[in-house]
Design a protein around this ligand. Structure first.
Ligand SMILES: Cc1cc2nc3c(=O)[nH]c(=O)nc-3n(C[C@H](O)[C@H](O)[C@H](O)COP(=O)(O)OP(=O)(O)OC[C@H]3O[C@@H](n4cnc5c(N)ncnc54)[C@H](O)[C@@H]3O)c2cc1C
Length: 488
């Protein structure tokens, strides 16, 4: 569609940004009969759910997100006919493996069944069952509460209390209090490190780690056959079926350039909302958006490999995700350093190996491999050697398998997607001060002081991850104040 002709077209809602939340919002509105236009700055839609041949022809890499536990837990994604639009989930045999130094202790393995996971954790088996058993029983109720704004009052107070009591201590304190041995402690810490915060921070570090583990025990840690971009293809397919439109290659700078609409919904970082909306928003609110805090960034490497990663541990060879960081104490140091502006010598590395389970990702017999570590915000330091030292530590001979690599530092990520401020991949610090009050404290965080401007992105509850639920809730906020054209 030519940009010029759009200015004369009126939409019920224009959505700025086509990440999972933008497309989630668009689908929610379009399925209710709203005329929706999505505008995306990149040449292709998808935000954090895209794939591309980043290294060599025939090697399909996930540019951002790789593993999608929250997508399966998402009530929005569950409600959309994504499978009809080609989305097929692959479930690796082992969800997460966590290796330790050779000759030391066997790798910890997180399986879909919490009981089988517990059985592999030796003396911590009973503690693991006690921790996750009640949560698994109430998981649906719990995800209903956690994947949205702060529930006031909660619909499922018992489930929420069970969860809340378990996650009150920091991940570091929780790992030490709940478990007595290294495998369970480190497994817990590796999951909590997805919070991108020092693990001695209370509440949120444990909450994020435990929510990811719970999602795994209920839904698995799957990935789409063919690449993360298949999630976007399916969301776009649904949107088009509902009559929605999407235009790519258009970086919105002001609201004035957009077609007239009843509502404008930002699937962006708060600072982008402040800049684009300009004086349509009061200065005080814009100042608060600009004060929104972003945490550490990441340095990521995508590999084309001549063979699968030669992990010393058999469990690692059978896992979709491998948490490469050694002991609890090592992970704590690595995450604290990234937060404090230091590049860790032995970084905690999050790694995924989809091609082991998905033959569409690489030419026959060859493999892809995705790995990143946390680094100080805005870093342009090359962490290739540090990351590869860590992988070699648990997979001797890894470097010999490398055919090609593609690296991205924090600045590359921010250029790739302007929402990744300083390389922050989770949409802003998710500590207790900002988890439910993102982007600013308001009764309804998806609204703004302007009654036609909304925000629904990873910088609103429930935060980062590919689930689309922030977009869903923002769309609800839009609909509660407006009616689509033709229904007025
Ligand atoms: C490297 C990396 C790895 C990750 N790994 C995982 C993972 O394994 N599992 C998981 O669940 N999550 C993962 N995430 C997080 C997940 O991708 C994000 O939380 C999620 O994509 C956020 O969705 P969103 O819709 O809020 O924003 P985004 O996906 O960031 O989408 C925002 C969109 O807005 C567009 N945009 C910005 N400004 C403008 C403008 N002015 N005009 C027009 N368009 C604009 C951007 O181009 C972008 O496409 C990862 C993220 C990264 C970067």
């Amino acid at each position: 569609m030519a940009r010029k002709s759009q200015s004369s077209v009126e939409y019920d809602a224009v959505i700025i940004g086509s990440g999972p939340n933008g497309l989630g919002a668009a689908n929610t509105l379009a399925s209710e009969g709203w005329r929706v236009l999505v505008v995306e700055s990149h040449e292709t839609p998808g935000g954090g759910a895209r794939s591309a041949e980043l290294t060599l022809p025939g090697f399909v890499h996930d540019t951002c997100s790789a593993i999608h536990p929250m997508a399966l837990a998402s009530p929005l994604f569950q409600s959309l006919p994504l499978a009809e639009h080609g989305l097929e989930w692959i479930h690796p045999e082992i969800l997460v493996a966590h290796p330790f130094d050779e000759g030391d202790i066997p790798a910890a393995a997180m399986l879909k069944s919490y009981e089988e996971t517990a059985a592999g954790l030796g003396d911590d088996a009973a503690a693991y069952r006690r921790l996750f058993g009640p949560l698994v029983q109430n998981a649906d109720a719990l995800f209903g509460e956690l994947l949205g704004p702060l529930p006031m009052p909660p619909k499922h107070p018992i489930a929420l209390t069970q969860f809340g009591l378990r996650v009150l201590p920091s991940a570091l304190a929780a790992a030490r209090r709940y478990f007595c041995d290294e495998p369970a402690r480190a497994l817990f810490a590796g999951n909590a490190a997805h919070s991108v915060m020092p693990l001695d921070r209370p509440l949120a570090t444990s909450a994020i780690g435990m929510m990811l583990m719970l999602a795994g025990h209920v839904h698995g840690w799957p990935f789409p056959k063919g690449g993360a971009g298949k999630i976007t293809d399916a969301l776009v397919g649904c949107l088009k079926r509902f009559g929605g439109e999407i235009v790519c290659g258009w970086r919105v700078k002001t609201l004035d350039e957009l077609p007239k609409a009843r509502a404008y919904l930002f699937d962006t970082a708060p600072s982008i909302l402040a800049d684009v909306a300009g004086d349509r928003l009061p200065e005080g609110y814009r100042r608060r958006l600009k004060r929104y805090r972003h945490g550490p960034g990441i340095f990521k490497i995508d590999y084309a490999l001549s063979e699968a990663v030669p992990w010393a541990s058999q469990a690692c060879r059978r896992a979709g995700t491998v948490h490469v960081g050694g002991t609890l104490d090592e992970i704590v140091i690595s995450e604290r350093e990234a937060w404090n502006g230091i590049h860790a010598e032995k970084p905690f590395v999050l790694a995924t190996q989809q091609s082991v389970f998905d033959e569409t990702r690489a030419p026959e017999g060859k493999h892809t491999f995705w790995a990143y570590c946390h680094v100080p915000s805005g870093s342009t330091v090359d962490m290739t050697e540090a990351i590869e030292n860590q992988i070699e530590r648990f997979a001797p001979g890894f470097r010999d398998c490398i055919l090609a690599r593609h690296t991205m530092n924090c600045a590359d990520f921010e250029r790739y997607n302007p929402c990744l401020i300083g390389g922050d991949v989770v949409g802003g610090v998710a500590d207790w001060r900002q988890l439910f009050t993102r982007p600013v404290a308001r009764w309804n965080p998806y609204t703004t002081p302007a009654n036609d401007i909304f925000i629904g992105s990873a910088s609103t509850p429930p935060g980062g991850g590919v689930h689309g639920m922030a977009g869903y809730w923002a769309a609800q906020a839009v609909m509660s104040g407006h009616r689509p054209a033709g229904h007025a």
